[in-house]
Design a protein around this ligand. Structure first.
Ligand SMILES: Cc1cc2nc3c(=O)[nH]c(=O)nc-3n(C[C@H](O)[C@H](O)[C@H](O)COP(=O)(O)O)c2cc1C
Length: 358
C-alpha cells in the first residue's frame, strides 16, 4: 500500500486533498464542506482563544461527522525589544495620522504559543478532533505522544530537510512540505535562521528521499493537475490554501476576494512587515510602506501583527483596505470563486483527468 493510500485509509478520505488551515480565513463551514466532499477540512486555530477554539471545533462537528484537522502555532515567544518596537511604531505613525487614528503606545504579543499551553491541550483531549497540526515549530515530543495515544493523527509543517528531521524525531505522523510559493505564513521554526526558500516540489522530493513519513505537498497547487503532479512526485496528499480563499464559506472580506480575483493576484510577496514573520500576501500599501528603503526592521512576531491589525481596523472603519493582511500564494491568479463542494468536485474531476492523461 502506498503512503498516500495509507493516509487516505487512516483519515477516511476519498481524495488526497487537504484544505489548508488558515487562521482568520478558514471557517467551520469551509472545513466541514471540504470534509463532506471527501477531503480533509482544516481549522486554523493559532489566533483563537481557548473558548473560540473549542467553539470552532464544536461548530464544525455540528456540520460534519467526518474527520477534520485543527491547527496551532508553536512559535517561540517574542523577544521583546522596546527600542525596536518604538522605532516600528514611529515608522507606522504617518499611516495612523493619515487615517486620523491614534497609534498604540504599547504593543501586545497577541497570539500565545501552543507550546506549554496546557489548557488548550486539555481541550483537545476533551474534544478529540481527528487530526491536530502544527505550524512554526513543534510542541514537546511528550505532547505529540499524548495526542497520538489519544488516537489523534498529528501533522507538522517543514520548510527544510532539517525541520522535517526534527518533526520525524518528535514522533509526528506526517510532514507538510511547505514551499516558498505558498500563501500565508511560512512555517519556519526560527525566522532568523538562514532560509533556502525551496519551492514545494524541490522540498517534497528531498523529504520523500530523506524521511520515512508521509509527505503532504503545500504551495502553488490550485487545480487537480497540480494535486496529481504532487502525487506523482511522491506526495501522500496535497494541501491547498489559496485555492479555497474565494469559496463563499471562507471568512475573506469582499476586498480580499476582489483582489484575489483581480490583477493584484499576480503580485504576491514574502514579507515580514505585517506580522514580524515571513508570510506571502498580495502587495498593498502597507507592505510597500513597511518595506520602503530605510525602513526599520518590524517588531518581532506577533507584536508587529498587533500594530498592523490596529491600523487595518482604523482603515476599515473608513472603508479602506490597503492595510489588510491579504495572504495569497503565487498560484493566486488561478483561484476560482466556487462553493467548496463544487470546487472539491471540480478538483476531483481534474485530478481524475490528470491521472488518466499523465
Ligand atoms: C490565508 C492563509 C492563511 C494561512 N494560515 C495558516 C495557518 O493558520 N496555519 C498553517 O499551518 N498554515 C497556514 N497557511 C499556509 C497553508 O497551510 C499552506 O502552506 C499554503 O496555503 C499552501 O500554499 P497555497 O496557498 O499556494 O496553496 C495559510 C495560508 C493562507 C493562504
Amino acid at each position: 500500500m502506498t503512503q498516500s493510500a495509507q493516509l487516505l485509509e487512516r483519515l477516511q478520505l476519498q481524495l488526497p486533498i487537504i484544505q489548508a488551515p488558515m487562521a482568520g480565513t478558514a471557517t467551520p463551514q469551509l472545513a466541514a464542506a471540504v470534509s463532506e466532499a471527501g477531503g480533509l477540512g482544516s481549522l486554523g486555530l493559532g489566533a483563537s482563544t481557548l473558548a473560540q477554539a473549542r467553539q470552532a471545533i464544536r461548530d464544525t462537528r455540528a456540520l460534519t461527522a467526518r474527520p477534520f484537522n485543527v491547527n496551532f502555532f508553536c512559535h517561540a515567544p517574542a523577544v521583546r525589544d522596546a527600542a525596536r518596537e518604538a522605532a516600528w511604531l514611529a515608522h507606522l505613525q504617518p499611516l495612523f495620522d493619515e487615517l486620523k487614528a491614534d497609534a498604540p503606545t504599547l504593543l501586545e504579543e497577541i497570539y500565545p504559543t501552543f507550546v506549554g499551553d496546557d489548557a488548550m491541550l486539555a481541550m483537545l483531549f476533551d474534544e478529540r478532533p481527528a487530526v491536530v497540526s502544527f505550524h512554526f515549530g513543534l510542541p514537546p515530543a511528550s505532547t505529540v505522544q499524548a495526542l497520538r495515544a489519544a488516537g489523534i493523527y498529528t501533522i507538522a509543517s517543514a520548510t527544510s530537510v532539517e525541520e522535517a528531521q526534527l518533526i520525524e524525531q518528535a514522533g509526528v505522523d506526517a510532514i507538510v512540505a511547505q514551499g516558498y510559493e505558498a500563501g500565508g505564513h511560512r512555517g519556519v521554526f526560527d525566522p532568523d535562521a538562514r532560509d533556502e526558500k525551496l519551492p514545494a516540489f524541490v522540498l517534497l522530493r528531498q523529504l520523500v528521499r530523506q524521511t520515512s513519513l508521509p509527505v503532504i505537498a503545500a504551495g502553488g497547487m490550485m487545480d487537480g493537475a497540480g494535486v496529481q503532479a504532487a502525487l506523482q512526485l511522491g506526495a501522500a496528499a496535497a494541501q491547498l490554501g489559496t485555492a479555497f480563499i474565494a469559496c463563499p464559506e471562507s471568512a475573506a472580506s469582499a476586498s480580499y476576494r476582489a483582489n484575489l480575483l483581480g490583477e493584484r493576484a499576480g503580485q504576491t510577496r514574502m514579507t515580514s512587515v505585517l506580522s514580524g514573520r515571513p508570510a506571502r500576501g498580495m502587495v498593498n500599501r502597507y507592505i510597500e510602506h513597511g518595506e520602503a528603503p530605510g525602513s526599520p526592521p518590524p517588531a518581532a512576531y506577533p507584536v508587529a501583527y498587533d500594530a498592523a491589525k490596529q491600523l487595518n481596523a482604523a482603515a476599515v472603519k473608513l472603508g479602506q483596505h490597503e492595510f489588510a493582511a491579504q495572504w495569497a500564494g503565487q498560484g493566486a491568479p488561478l483561484a476560482r470563486a466556487l462553493p467548496a463542494a463544487e470546487l472539491m468536485a471540480l478538483l476531483a474531476r481534474e485530478y481524475g483527468k490528470a491521472a488518466g492523461g499523465c
